[in-house]
Design a protein around this ligand. Structure first.
Ligand SMILES: *Cc1c(COP(=O)(O)O)cnc(C)c1O
Length: 226
């Protein structure tokens, strides 16, 4: 049996240690509990243990689980951390409190229009493809400054920062450093980076959001990819 409350306490303690080792305020790092594939019972255990911010990577799954969870736990906040198709953007704006995967001008323009229409303004993070991997979502590093300008200055999106998922077989710190550098030169304070295997390193490089799944909930259920 996975003890979710105990895992959460351990992750929080490690976040606090990593922050003070980096001479940072532990409160400057928020934990996003990644609950993709996890059943509502596991999420409720985390909510009851005081966790408030959660991440899901598929909007369809989020829309099945989260309306009821949010009704029962009004303080809960949901971050979308997976690719967003434009035909699901309205649902994302209605349901999510942050969209961490803004990665194309077309999506950005759609989000701007939907925020206007709905009056809801979830935090936006721009996903950068720091490893320049062809199969991975995200804006290429050399295009990121221009894309931030479009999102923030032209479209008026509430851009809080940047997000990245480093290549699996590379040293993540190079990617964390690159993301921090791009954020710094664009006056963005938010950095969503670090997962179960590398969140302490990410904190050393300035992460303000760490996205941790298996270290909290244990191994994920397998599911068919869509
Ligand atoms: C699944 C996922 C995570 C969490 O990964 P763990 O290794 O289970 O901590 C973080 N970020 C994104 C974008 C994910 O899809």
């Amino acid at each position: 049996m996975v003890d979710i409350a105990q895992n959460l306490a351990a992750v929080r303690a490690r976040i606090a240690t990593a922050a003070s080792d980096a001479a940072r305020d532990p409160d400057s790092v928020a934990l996003v509990a990644v609950s993709k594939t996890q059943p509502p019972g596991s999420i409720i255990a985390a909510l009851k243990a005081g966790q408030t911010v959660f991440g899901e990577n598929r909007l369809q799954e989020a829309a099945e689980k989260w309306p009821a969870l949010k009704a029962a736990f009004p303080g809960a906040r949901l971050h979308l951390i997976g690719p967003l198709q434009r035909n699901k953007a309205r649902r994302a704006v209605e349901l999510c409190d942050a969209i961490e995967t803004v990665d194309s001008p077309r999506l950005a323009r759609t989000l701007a229009r939907l925020m206007e229409e709905t009056g809801r303004r979830p935090d936006c993070y721009i996903q950068a493809n720091t490893g320049e991997e062809p199969q991975k979502a995200g804006v290429l590093p050399q295009e990121t400054d221009g894309f931030i300008g479009l999102c923030r200055d032209e479209l008026g999106l509430p851009v809080k920062g940047l997000m990245c998922i480093p290549p699996q077989d590379e040293e993540p710190s190079l990617h964390f450093a690159l993301l921090a550098q791009i954020a710094h030169r664009n006056d963005l304070s938010g950095l969503s980076m670090g997962m179960s295997g590398d969140y302490e390193t990410a904190i050393a490089f300035g992460a303000t959001l760490v996205r941790v799944g298996t270290a909290i909930f244990g191994p994920r259920q397998l599911r068919p990819e869509t």
